[in-house]
Ligand binder design. Structure first.
Ligand SMILES: [Zn+2]
Length: 263
């Protein structure tokens, strides 16, 4: 095998969209924290893009099992930002190197605990973790993986893009673009800096325009195929189950999708 072919193998990935995030929150209880989690794999690496919140642990384990990955197999974790619903489960992957924008970690470390989505104990552990690499976003951080600073939602929010074996480029926007509504409208819920969010949105759109075959994996929505209009790549499944009766077997399921979500 020649060097070009070896280089190609190291810098292209199979994508598994483990969990598609959900674009909503509870009107009475706050954030659901259901974020998108993906795996990028080739012969050298198993990369997790975001790790989800504590409540997602059983589903994360099940999805990893389904594609034959044990936690110990994960070589790298890319953190889009330090909110609890994206970074909390980095502790579950004992051999992984954890990649995080230095600006994000430096900002979070100096924050006092507050009534916000920053998990101070996780941030403290991240800042002392022996396998954390805090980096300044550069065109390439790993073979075939780029990091783009996308501040606004948080000061060090980062967008990653990966070259796939299919020839497509996958763009993981984290909460710089949380959902289809933000991608289409250029308006943002839960941003620390509206102007910076808008500038990041423009940068991400330019990246999509400049790259011929792109898919967008938002922080809290189904995968999108850019276009006019952008469309979902798959249909949504989302159900809430509640014990509202007097017997354990009396479970009420609430479908929390809309019919137009379905392709
Ligand atoms: Zn967030």
């Amino acid at each position: 095998m020649d060097l070009d072919a070896i280089d190609m193998r190291r810098s292209r990935y199979e994508l598994s969209e483990l969990i598609s995030g959900y674009p909503g929150r509870s009107a009475t209880y706050g954030g659901l924290g259901w974020c998108s989690i993906s795996v990028l794999r080739n012969s050298e690496r198993v990369i997790l893009v975001d790790t989800g919140s504590f409540g997602m642990r059983p589903v994360l384990k099940a999805r990893l099992n389904e594609i034959g990955i044990e936690p110990v197999d994960v070589t790298d974790i890319l953190i889009t930002h330090v909110h609890y619903d994206h970074c909390a489960n980095f502790t579950l992957f004992p051999k992984a190197t954890i990649w995080i924008n230095a600006e994000e970690l430096d900002w979070a470390v100096q924050l006092p605990p507050g009534f916000d989505p920053v998990p101070e104990l996780c941030v403290d552990a991240l800042s002392r973790h022996e396998r954390v690499i805090s980096f300044l976003p550069t065109p390439v951080i790993l073979p075939g993986i780029t990091a783009l600073a996308a501040p606004g939602h948080t000061p060090g929010s980062t967008v990653y893009s990966a070259q796939l074996t299919s020839g497509t480029t996958a763009v993981f926007t984290g909460d710089a673009i949380k959902n289809r509504a933000e991608f289409i409208s250029g308006e943002f819920a839960s941003t620390m800096d509206e102007l910076r969010s808008k500038a990041s949105w423009r940068k991400i759109n330019s990246l999509c325009t400049a790259t011929p075959s792109t898919i967008i994996i938002p922080g809290h929505d189904l995968t999108l195929i850019p276009g006019n209009p952008p469309r979902y790549k798959e249909s949504r499944t989302a159900v809430l189950s509640a014990w509202l009766g007097t017997k354990l077997a009396d479970i009420t399921d609430f479908d929390i999708t809309r019919t137009e979500d379905q392709i």
